[in-house]
Design a protein around this ligand. Sequence first.
Ligand code: HMG
Ligand code: MG
Length: 311
Amino acid sequence: MVNPRQLRSLVRIVEVGPRDGLQNEAGSIDVATRVALIERLADAGLSAIEAASFVSPKWVPQMAGSAEVMRALRRKPGVSYSALTPNLQGFEAALAAGCDEAGVFGAASEAFSRKNINCSIAESIERFRPVVEAAREHGMRCRGYVSCALGCPYEGAVEPQAVARLAATLYEMGCYEISLGDTIGVGTPASTLRVFEACAAVVPVDRLAGHFHDTWGMAIANIHAVLGLGVEAFDASVGGLGGCPYSPGASGNVATEDLVYLLHGQGIETGIDLDALVDCAAYISAALGRAPQSKVARALLAQRARAEGKS
Ligand code: HMG
Ligand code: MG
């Protein structure tokens, strides 16, 4: 077990709310709201924000307008604004829109690969290769995602070795970090450790990231488990927004505020202001017409209401 104190200031949070969070909303969110959310997140201290997704608007209409979002943003120095780029067409659009980082996303399950990006795993690898190459030529980093790392909505169980194979391929191709996605949020600490250990045998552990959806309530427990392995990067979504339109029944990502509360409680610095982050959760939840869902946002907002009632 790694002593959490040794991890101080090493954990990096990738905020995926503006992409993973909003791609799954029933209605599309206007550009101004998306921009305001991203700017507020940057002001709260998030330094890596997945701001956009250059996918087909026929497949994910919620992410249409990503170029407008990128162009309208007030950029904060030191913040990296990334986007999903499934193919060269998406990469070129991300480059033109001024994204700092690209992202290719594959799956460890054949059925999910076909449903999500309309090709086999092997075909997806050949599509990703020129994207990673083009990113390198333009001095942009490219991240790799492996969906269905803990289970597939269509095939069920997924072998850890299948996850490790794709993770190794993406890493060898030039992706600087491999985000392992529990797309349907079924992992437990034991199954998560098995998958991360298999991947850590072929990709340096500090190049792995965790991307946990919280469908079965295990996301925070899974993060705590792999922190002990030395994983240093986690994806999270403000307010616990999120899901994948091609993953029926999956809920949002681990809420960023829950993750920040965990890390700060472990003595691990993140540079994120928890109060300001909860304000971001309240802002986007109000824009979506609901109350913030995460445990930490609800607890902190209730605490504030009690304090105001007393004063
Ligand atoms: P396709 O239909 O096989 O693509 O879709 P195609 O190359 O045959 O092109 C067909 C049409 O799409 C053409 O337009 C292209 O121009 C257009 P038409 O001539 O019919 O008008 N097209 C594009 N348009 C905009 N941007 C592009 C693009 N590429 C082609 N980049 C494709 C293949 C990958 C495009 C499609 O399947 C797609 O867009 N899928 C996206 C699915 C998606 O975004 N899913 C959610 C994100 S993944 C996720 O959430 C999981 C993750 O969070 C991790 C986890 O939780 O596990 C990352
Ligand atoms: Mg996801």
